[in-house]
Design a protein around this ligand. Structure first.
Ligand code: FES
Length: 212
């Protein structure tokens, strides 16, 4: 029988069923359900992918990120940025989304010890790598020296850019940088502060550099 042939109430077609139960929604639910069933049928329910955190969406891939010293087994859409993975999947919201276009630096984290704009990087590119976010730098009771210097020098106002500023500043300590303020400003130029706390931010960084 053709798919579009008339049908009687007692003989509903598949199309009738989808139309009456919300076709698109049903299709989405089924797409998310099918892989889990496939894994279960194959006896893989205890695989890393099956126990990983993350939405059960079609096409999601398993990855492991070592975040702040802890291995996190995750399932992510291959299109997910590292920033969205950190904030939405792992729920570490200290890293901020500003422009989402690599222009403000609010999303700065460390990948294997080097600073990265996490909004410009895909999470799947970092499978097996070491990620450090602001939550992994210090604690309220034991601040990282750079965090303490930002407090002492009043290097923040609204605070939105602060985690990215501090992550950049900590990475800068291990980079080649001249001794004067101009050199620090140059290396921090990728981190924008909409409040204009730049002078105090530079003072905080220089304070920490003098103790090194
Ligand atoms: S949010 Fe990544 S650079 Fe602005």
């Amino acid at each position: 029988m053709r798919d579009d042939s008339p049908s009687s109430p007692s003989d509903p077609t598949r199309r009738d069923f989808l139309l009456t139960t919300g076709g698109p929604a049903a299709a989405v639910v089924m797409a998310g359900w099918a892989p889990a069933r496939a894994n279960s049928a194959a006896g893989q329910s205890d695989s890393p992918a099956a126990i990983a955190d993350g939405p059960n969406i079609a096409g999601a891939v398993p990855i492991t990120l070592r975040i702040n010293g802890k291995d996190r087994q995750l399932r992510v859409d291959p299109r997910t940025t590292l920033l969205d993975c950190i904030r939405e999947t792992v729920a570490l919201t200290g890293t901020k989304k500003g422009c989402d276009h690599g222009q403000c630096g609010a999303c700065t984290v460390h990948v294997n010890g080097r600073r990265v704009n996490s909004c410009l990087s895909l999470a799947v590119m970092h499978d097996g790598e070491e990620i450090t976010t602001i939550e992994g730098l210090g604690t309220p009771d034991a601040l990282h020296p750079m965090q303490a210097a930002f407090v002492a020098c009043d290097g923040y106002q609204c605070g939105y850019c602060t985690s990215g500023q501090i992550m950049s500043a900590v990475a800068l300590l291990k980079e080649r940088c001249g001794p004067d303020d101009a050199a620090v400003k140059e290396l921090m130029s990728g981190n924008i502060c909409r409040c204009g706390a730049y002078a105090n931010i530079v003072a905080a960084i220089q304070q920490v550099r003098k103790t090194k």
